[in-house]
Design a protein around this ligand. Sequence first.
Ligand code: SF4
Length: 118
Amino acid sequence: MLLQSYRLDIFNSECNPGAMTEMCHAHLDQDVGDVLPFLNAWEHRYDIEPSHEGLPRPKVIHILKLLPKTNCRECGEPTCMVFAARAAEGAKGADDCPALEAGSKKKLSDYLSGFRLA
Ligand code: SF4
């Protein structure tokens, strides 16, 4: 769930105290900016087939297979497995493993480019 919590300020308009309407400001505690491009589709919501599947994620084991598996720590991670897990999250990329030879670096880069990672 993108929105975890929010705070509402409900108040009367100071410039029109006798108005029969209330003002309301919602202060969101999380950044919902990623959703904004999709709001234009809201009026078509009954025509759109919802998808209940998450985005495909890179497989840690596939990434690990492409790494040297020497646990040399040159990347700043304690093991290649940790590096692979961080790469699957989008926190590391092929350029972050200085021990990767060119062919494996390209394979890893190509593999990771097939996913939308943070
Ligand atoms: S630099 Fe590469 S080979 Fe060394 S620990 Fe990190 S991921 Fe493994």
